[in-house]
Design a protein around this ligand. Structure first.
Ligand SMILES: Cc1ncc(COP(=O)(O)O)c(C=O)c1O
Length: 325
């Protein structure tokens, strides 16, 4: 990947185009089954470009509970686009299509207009759960019937593709725009794409410009993104297998709880139930032993990726066992 970055043919994407960025945008759009895509620096920017492109200030968006767009983007939906949100759904990150139907606002001067419905696949806070395809289609159908666009935050869509065997374009079909992170599990250092049809992309280009996300000789980054897309997807199966092993073995330790059946992809949420230990305390102690893990509420969030292997899970098990004995 570093070699491809060094060898990348570049141009000025803000002036007359960068060929490698163009290649990445075309390949990503084809993979997602959308007419076009734009390269942006991050998943957060991809989502915020979509929110800004679909809505007007004063609109409301309907999103899943603990969705990244409303929970982990520092209030950008309100701050940048003047949006408020209704959050719906279950601990697995899903939304019942009928609940979405009820949440859509009537055309009434006293109400905000519903500007967008957002889904997240896989769902980060729910522990990398794969939303069921009928639910995604059901939400898409309800929104379409009401004339409301759907954005799919597909930061980890590739994980859903590998875990489910359902192709990316099938997952994206119910959505009008899709974001995909080339970093995270796919392994690029930087970059995401936001995809949709030409009418959407025209507005999205303007929002990307306003956010400062239109990059000049970005081919060096796009070259990494191309490798991520071409070589990163299939190998996610290894991360998913490792996450299963991690969940099963860690759950056998007294004081920790996991539910391997709920580990669909590469994220493992682990409950800390040992007296004298909170999740942040255990995360810190593991960090001192070289294990990087993020505390989330009362849980620890472990992620497997191309930077870790079975020997790292062994090291984690030994470290956690020592600490909790
Ligand atoms: C579901 C989801 N969407 C978007 C993002 C944002 O990606 P980035 O951190 O690259 O801005 C993340 C990051 O973890 C995420 O989990």
């Amino acid at each position: 990947m570093r070699e491809a970055m060094a060898a990348a043919v570049v141009g000025d994407d803000v002036l007359d185009g960068d060929p490698t960025v163009g290649e990445l945008e075309s390949e990503a759009a084809a993979w997602l089954g959308k007419p076009g895509a734009l390269f942006v620096p991050s998943g957060t920017m991809a989502n915020q470009v979509a929110l800004g492109a679909w809505t007007e200030p004063g609109n409301e968006i309907v999103v899943s509970r603990w969705a990244h767009v409303t929970t982990f983007e520092a209030g950008a939906a309100g701050c940048l686009h003047g949006l408020q949100s209704i959050t719906l759904g279950d601990a697995d990150g899903g939304m019942d299509p009928e609940a979405v139907r009820e949440a859509l606002r009537p055309d009434f001067i006293h109400c905000p207009r519903t500007g967008l419905v957002c889904l997240e696949q896989t769902h980060n806070y729910a522990g990398g759960r794969v939303l069921p395809l009928p639910m995604v289609r059901g939400v898409g159908a309800v929104a379409r019937e009401a004339g409301v666009p759907v954005h799919l935050d597909g930061a980890r869509l590739a994980n859903a593709v590998i875990a489910s065997g359902v192709g990316a374009s099938e997952w994206c079909d119910p959505a009008d725009s899709v974001s995909l992170c080339l970093s995270k599990g796919l392994g690029a250092p930087v970059g995401s794409v936001i995809a949709g049809d030409e009418e959407f992309l025209e507005r999205a280009r303007l929002i990307r410009k306003r956010l400062g996300g239109w990059m000049r000789q970005a081919g060096v980054l796009a070259a990494a993104g191309l490798i991520a897309l071409r070589e990163g997807v299939e190998r996610l199966a290894l991360d998913h297998d490792l996450a299963q092993q991690l969940a099963q073995r860690l759950g056998e330790l007294e004081g920790l709880s996991t539910d391997p059946a709920s580990v669909d992809t590469n994220i493992v949420m682990v409950g800390v139930e040992r007296e004298g230990w909170s999740a942040p305390q255990l995360a810190e102690a593991l960090g001192e032993r070289g294990v990087g893990v993020m505390p989330m509420g009362h849980k620890l969030r472990f992620v497997t990726h191309l930077g870790v292997g079975p020997e790292d899970v062994d090291h984690l098990l030994t470290s956690a066992g020592d600490l909790l004995q």
